[in-house]
Design a protein around this ligand. Structure first.
Ligand code: ATP
Length: 381
């Protein structure tokens, strides 16, 4: 019920005069830059957000990613105006919005549970925000049709939400947020109620809709694949602060610490001792042997570090560097990949993924693998 009320508030948020607006399907000239400066939010003694600073570019598809309780939803709700920050400043473009009530921020919000009016048709759900804003009937009909066309739900305009699938309901929720032509679109785990296949389809839909509308979009999720596949940039949050900010590629390939590396994917970690550093390469000694890693990190011989590599970076076959003699401890065939757990002579296990597996390998068989230096991570211990 609370989510529903919040949604209604967002939907009816204030909008610039209709005549000054571009049709939805064209790049949205009203998309704004969002500036978050030193934002702090507490619930009682607990910090939900601790001095968060972020610049989200106009027309960016930006992700807030992190485990449960890290503060993602609190940040999104603070942007929408449902929560007041304890300190810090928020700007939409050049306009400070700290004191601006939710219905005047011109944000559109989409919730995990769709939050559609059950007794209204699809068209009436989408039209609701425009009616409240007293947009003329002709204009309302035009904009509802346009928003439904963007989410490809025109044929369902006369149905009620209980006559729609979960994915269709989420499309309606998106149309309802888009129809008000928001400056900023806020998506709170919009796909988490959908099954795996539908989630993949809706990911593509969101990418397409963003490319079409170019609305500055802030998307909250704990699903790293969703963020990696869609985000222009992302912030990884933990305990109310930002651990890392960057493009999906940068965050995945160059995580700043083990938390980010492990949250954004799987990593094998070996405790290592530095032997030497030379010209962007570090040689380290591990239980599994000597490794050479491409890294900008500079450490002195004898210092302890973590050597990491992703399971997909483990290649079957020999190579002159970073070779590991292992024995297969566990095999799991998943069609497009085969997942292995490989035991090193020390007994420690490493995970390896083989793409397009063709060979049947038995548990207990020896397997020589290697990891290229450019696929190794080195982090301070
Ligand atoms: P999830 O993925 O589980 O939704 P989240 O990252 O969105 O998590 P938030 O909902 O923002 O996390 O919560 C951040 C912290 O603030 C948590 O410790 C949570 O318990 C606390 N919190 C959130 N809302 C309230 C509230 N209304 N009252 C008290 N504490 C709250």
């Amino acid at each position: 019920m609370a989510g529903w009320k919040a949604c209604a508030t967002a939907v009816v948020s204030e909008c610039a005069p209709v005549s000054s607006r571009l049709p939805l399907g064209r790049p949205h000239s009203f998309a704004v830059r969002v500036s978050i400066r030193n934002l702090t939010k507490r619930f009682g003694p607990a910090w939900a957000l601790e001095r968060i600073s972020l610049e989200i570019e106009s027309q960016e598809l930006f992700f807030l990613l992190g485990p449960s309780g890290c503060g993602k939803t609190t940040l999104l709700r603070t942007l929408a105006g449902f929560y007041q920050p304890d300190s810090g400043e928020l700007f939409f473009g050049d306009k400070p919005v700290n004191g601006v009530p939710p219905h005047q921020r011109n944000t559109g919000m989409v919730f995990q549970n769709y939050a559609l009016w059950p007794h209204l048709t699809v068209a009436d759900n989408v039209a609701y925000g425009l009616e409240v804003r007293k947009v003329s009937t002709a204009e309302r009909m035009r904009r509802v049709a346009e928003a439904l066309a963007i989410v490809q739900m025109e044929p369902f305009a006369d149905r009620t939400p209980n006559q729609l699938s979960g994915g269709q309901q989420q499309r309606v929720a998106l149309a309802r947020a888009l129809v008000i032509q928001p400056d900023v679109l806020l998506l709170d785990e919009p796909l988490s109620n959908l099954d795996a296949k539908l989630r993949l389809e809706m990911r593509e839909e969101i990418r397409r809709i963003h490319a079409q509308t170019k609305i500055t979009t802030i998307y909250v999720t704990h699903d790293q694949k969703e963020a990696l596949s869609l985000a222009h940039r992302m912030a990884v949050l933990r305990d109310g602060h930002i651990e890392q900010l960057g493009t999906p590629r940068a965050v995945y390939r160059h995580p700043v610490n083990r938390f980010v590396a492990d949250f954004i994917g799987e990593t094998n970690w070996l405790s290592a001792t530095v032997r030497g550093c030379d010209g962007g390469e570090m040689t380290v000694e591990t239980d599994g042997g000597v490794f050479v890693a491409a890294t900008e990190l500079s450490k002195s011989p004898g210092e302890k570090v973590w050597l990491g590599f992703r399971p997909e970076a483990v290649e079957i076959g020999t190579d002159s560097v970073n070779a590991l003699d292992t024995r297969i401890a566990h095999v799991s065939y998943l069609g497009e990949i085969e997942q292995y757990r490989l035991a090193m002579p020390s007994g420690a296990l490493v995970k390896a993924f083989e793409q397009n597996p063709r060979e049947l390998r038995q548990v207990g068989a020896p397997l020589r693998v290697h990891v290229r230096p450019q696929n190794c991570l080195v982090l301070p211990e």
